[in-house]
Design a protein around this ligand. Structure first.
Ligand SMILES: [Zn+2]
Length: 326
C-alpha cells in the first residue's frame, strides 16, 4: 500500500504527484479548502520522494527506515514548518533560517522537503521565502499549502506548480466515516455538513454528537419555544453547528420531496414527514430565513431573542398547510 492510497477523492492531484516523483519541480502550491487532504498529500509526497521503495510505505511494520523516520516526525530532511514558539505567523527571522537550511545538502541523501502553510506567512515572510523559490536549491522541494491561488502572492504563484484540491465527494466522506465505525445516520449528517471537508468530518466525528435541533420537527408552540431557549443557551460555536444542522434538515426536505431518494438525505424519516404537502418555495424561504438567522448570530444579536423569533417563523407549518389546502 502506498501513502497516496490514504488520500481520498483527489485523483487528479495524486496523479500529478505520482508522475512528478521521478523529476519533482522545486516548488508546488497545493490549493484548496481546509480539510480536503492537502497536508496528507504533502506528507505522502515527502514519503514517496524519500522512500527506499519509491512508494511511501504506509505499513508501519514493514516500512523502510526513511518512511519510519518521516512517520515519527524525526527525519532530518522532511519538515512540516511551524512558526517559532508562541508566534501565530512566521517571523522574517524564522523564514531566513528556513531559507538557509534549505540551501544545505540533504542529511540522508535524498530529497529535502519543506511543507509550509501560506496562512502562516505574512508579506515579509513570503518575500523572504521567494528567493528560495526563485533560485531553486538542487535536492530541495518546497510544498506550499494554501486555501486559494488568490490568497498567495502572485510572484510566488508564478514560480510554483499549482496542484488543485477540490471538495471531497459526499458519498466518499460518508463511506470513510462508516468505515471508521461512525454510525450510519451520523455519517450521513456529517457528510452533508462537511461541504467536502473530509478532515473536518473526521474531527467532528470524534466529538460527542449534540442532539439535532428540533425547531422544525416539533409540533407545538410550547415545545418549539422550549427548544429555542435550549439552543440559545449553547455556546456560540454549538449554536452555529445547530444552525448548519437546521439548514441540512431543510435541504434534505427539499431534496427528498424532489427525488424521493432516501440515500440522498441524512434523515429520511424527517424529510418524509416534513416534505409532505408543503411546496418547494416555502422551504426555500425557510432556508433563507435560517441563513439570515445565522448572520444575526454571527453579528452578536441577542441569541435568545433571535432563536425565539426564528422558532415563530419556522412554526407556520400548520397554518401554511391550511392556507395551501384552501
Ligand atoms: Zn518507504
Amino acid at each position: 500500500m502506498s501513502a497516496f492510497d490514504s488520500i481520498l477523492g483527489q485523483e487528479r492531484a495524486v496523479r500529478t504527484l505520482r508522475t512528478a516523483l521521478s523529476h519533482p519541480h522545486h516548488a508546488y502550491l497545493f490549493v484548496g479548502p481546509s480539510g480536503v487532504g492537502k497536508e496528507t498529500a504533502a506528507r505522502a509526497f515527502a514519503l514517496a520522494l524519500n522512500c527506499e521503495r519509491q512508494v511511501g510505505c504506509l505499513d508501519q511494520e514493514g516500512a523502510c527506515p526513511e518512511c519510519l523516520a518521516i512517520h515519527h516526525g524525526n527525519h532530518p530532511d522532511v519538515r512540516v514548518c511551524a512558526p517559532s514558539e508562541g508566534k501565530r505567523v512566521f517571523s522574517v527571522e524564522d523564514v531566513r533560517k528556513l531559507v538557509q537550511e534549505a540551501g544545505w545538502k540533504s542529511h540522508r541523501g535524498k530529497w529535502k522537503v519543506y511543507i509550509i502553510s501560506t496562512d502562516l506567512l505574512n508579506v515579509q515572510g513570503a518575500n523572504t521565502l521567494l528567493k528560495t523559490i526563485e533560485e531553486p536549491v538542487p535536492g530541495t522541494v518546497i510544498l506550499l499549502l494554501g486555501p486559494a491561488v488568490a490568497a498567495v502572492l502572485p510572484t510566488m504563484v508564478s514560480r510554483c506548480q499549482i496542484v488543485p484540491f477540490g471538495p471531497v465527494a459526499r458519498p466518499l466522506i460518508e463511506a470513510e466515516l462508516c468505515r471508521r465505525g461512525v454510525a450510519e445516520e451520523r455519517s450521513r449528517e456529517l457528510g452533508a455538513l462537511a461541504d467536502g471537508r473530509l478532515g473536518w468530518a473526521l474531527t467532528e466525528s470524534q466529538q460527542e454528537a449534540a442532539p439535532p435541533p428540533r425547531l422544525i420537527a416539533l409540533a407545538t408552540v410550547t415545545d418549539r419555544l422550549a427548544e429555542a431557549e435550549r439552543l440559545s443557551a449553547l455556546d456560540p460555536d454549538a449554536q452555529q453547528r445547530a444552525v448548519e444542522s437546521l439548514m441540512v434538515q431543510v435541504r434534505d426536505i427539499i431534496i427528498w420531496a424532489e427525488t424521493r431518494r432516501d440515500d440522498l438525505v441524512s434523515r429520511p424519516d424527517l424529510a418524509e414527514i416534513m416534505g409532505a404537502g408543503l411546496p418547494r418555495d416555502y422551504w426555500l424561504r425557510i432556508l433563507s430565513r435560517i441563513e439570515t438567522h445565522r448572520r444575526q448570530l454571527l453579528g452578536h444579536a441577542n441569541a435568545k431573542l433571535a432563536w425565539t423569533v426564528l422558532a415563530g417563523d419556522l412554526a407556520p407549518r400548520a397554518r401554511e398547510a391550511e392556507r395551501i389546502s384552501h
